[in-house]
Ligand binder design. Structure first.
Ligand code: DON
Length: 551
């Protein structure tokens, strides 16, 4: 008997290394850069550097070396997992009320546009850190594709044109930004070639001098001078002090799936685990569609309430992580859910939020050794602060808007926060970016998406697809709905809920808000370890590509 079991166990043994590598990113040129780097002998971490830097060049609306992000890494040889936190920090001269006037009212636009909106960038430090600690190739190799594309140029696509149109007025206010990213001061036409010679030189400085290429020397001088000349508050000390932090990811479990996701200062991992813990007490498969949607929405509502109240930069506040991600805690939250009635957010104790989400970017990588990267990177709003310090090519982020500028007042994503996410010098703003791994004995998922406050609920819906054993193309394309506690309404994409379902949800007491467009841009990889098949998919809402390679 024992022998028979042993035989069955080994017959079901999992493949230890994937039959192929895969890269899924929001732009074909970035996906190709990942492949080029793997083909040159790099591992998934080198490829992640190449994809990050190339996205900075070809998808400047979404992320860049003037911004930051979270790189979730898994090293195959010892199963080590970590999150590289390259989130922006508030400048040392930042003040809690810096976006308020004398009456305590928010000054419109100050945290969104121009140098005061920009946190100290973390992406350059993160790329250098990943290369030194996890990569196999020198930065001169892994940054080469990005430098080449910055110099030679890339063709504007429809998405770029639209996003430039969306921020046109603000982009026109900064001549440097307009000269690089617009054409004749207007949103460039599809096919127009954008060349970024200053950015190429800045990337070259990083390739040659590592961190010093950005945070000290000529580039740093131009960054600080440019920011201060335009009314900003950066200093050389800010750049000197910027540090990447490695954080232990958030772990959880749902129906036999091991969840690995982003730790604070992202709210993603904790909220995802809370929602899945709540949902693990329901048999979603047995529910009709309306009850299922209602139940998922109630889980979302409760997790986002906690987000607003408890989450922020863990280096500044104490976060009750163990409690919030504990199944017993979720039991309590679940008990307050009624299947026949929506819980009004006002009746839940707590503060909070709303949403938008036009940009940011996510990519997923698996190499043939089994190393994995899920990375979500951002300069926040499309084209960030729409401000580029002269001579650097570095378009700055407007991540300062992710702070709670005034407790209880919504930010660009309608998110409201509390003291936990108040502005302080050197503090990292709370994020929703949720790069995630999901793993069972025979399957592994690498996924994530942009989308502001809706990121976490998109990853939740993707995780439920994975749990239902759906193909990877379904995770990225499924219709989406969202609830974030405040505003107290179910937001949904066109086509997500039938008329009947909408009526049924309303009769349960839900308010509905049609978004009237599609949102998100999920990039995902599935490794079926039992059959050793690798599959990948890019969200059909975007222009990305997901490719599988055998070396
Ligand atoms: O860190 C965050 O949560 C936001 N800055 C992400 C912004 C975003 O995803 C925008 N767009 N789709």
């Amino acid at each position: 008997m024992v022998l028979l079991f042993a035989f069955i166990a080994s017959a079901q043994a999992q493949f230890k290394t994937p039959s192929a590598s895969a890269v899924a990113s929001a732009h074909p040129i970035a996906t190709a850069a990942g492949h080029e780097t793997l083909a040159a002998g790099g591992n998934a971490f080198d490829a992640a550097i190449a994809v990050s830097a190339t996205l900075a060049v070809v998808e400047p609306a979404g992320s860049g070396i003037g911004g930051g992000g979270f790189w979730l890494l898994h090293r195959a040889k010892d199963n080590f997992q970590t999150m590289v936190d390259g989130r922006e920090r508030a400048p040392l001269a930042a003040q809690r009320d810096m976006y308020l006037d004398n009456n305590g009212t928010i000054i419109k636009g100050l945290s969104m546009t121009g140098p005061l909106a920009a946190g100290i960038p973390g992406e350059p430090a993160a790329l250098v850190h990943i290369a030194e600690k996890y990569g196999r190739l020198p930065l001169s190799k892994s940054l080469a594709p990005a430098i080449r594309v910055a110099r030679d140029g890339f063709a504007v696509d429809e998405r770029y044109r639209k996003l430039a149109g969306f921020r046109l007025k603000q982009m026109q206010k900064d001549s440097e930004t307009a000269a690089i990213f617009l054409h004749n001061n207007e949103a460039p036409a599809v096919g127009h070639i954008i060349k970024q010679t200053d950015l190429a030189s800045t990337l070259e400085a990083i390739a040659t001098s590592g961190r010093a290429g950005f945070y000290s020397g000529e580039v740093a001088k131009k960054l600080v001078e440019g920011v201060r000349k335009a009314g900003g508050i950066w200093s050389q000390q800010d750049l000197d002090q910027y540090q990447v932090v490695e954080r232990q990811p958030i772990y959880g479990e749902y129906n036999g799936i091991r969840i690995t996701s982003a730790a604070p200062p992202s709210s993603g991992g904790i909220a995802l685990v809370t929602m899945l813990n709540i949902l693990s007490g329901f048999d979603l498969d047995k529910m009709d569609e309306t009850t299922r949607t209602h139940t998922i929405v109630e889980a979302m509502r409760r997790a986002y309430r906690d987000r607003a109240e408890f989450l922020g930069d863990p280096d500044f506040i104490d976060i009750p992580t163990d409690k919030l991600s504990h199944p017993f805690y979720a039991d309590g939250l679940r008990n307050s859910i009624r299947l026949d009635r929506a819980t009004a957010s006002n009746n839940l104790p707590g503060v909070v939020q709303n949403s938008a989400g036009q940009d940011t970017t996510h990519f997923s990588i698996l190499d043939q050794e089994g190393n994995r990267v899920a990375a979500t990177l951002s300069i926040n709003y499309p084209f960030g602060a729409t401000f580029t310090p002269a001579g650097t090519g570095v378009l700055l982020n407007n991540e300062m808007d992710d702070f709670s500028a005034k407790p209880g007042t919504p930010n660009a994503y309608g998110l409201v926060g509390a003291e936990a996410n108040a502005i302080a010098p050197g503090k990292r703003p709370l994020s929703s970016m949720s790069p995630t791994f999901l793993e069972t004995n025979d399957r592994l998922a690498i996924l994530g998406t942009p989308g502001g406050s809706r990121i976490i609920t998109m990853v939740l819906l993707g995780a439920l697809e994975f749990s239902a054993n759906k193909p990877v193309t379904d995770w990225v394309s499924r219709d989406r709905f969202h609830h974030q506690f405040l505003p107290d309404s179910i937001q949904f994409e066109t086509g997500t809920l039938t008329e009947t379902q909408q009526q049924q949800l309303k009769s349960l007491g839900h308010e509905l808000k049609a978004i009237n467009r599609k949102y998100g841009n999920m990039q995902a990889i599935l490794w079926h370890k039992a059959s050793n098949q690798v599959a990948a998919a890019s969200d059909p809402r975007g222009n990305g590509t997901a490719d599988i390679y055998k070396h």
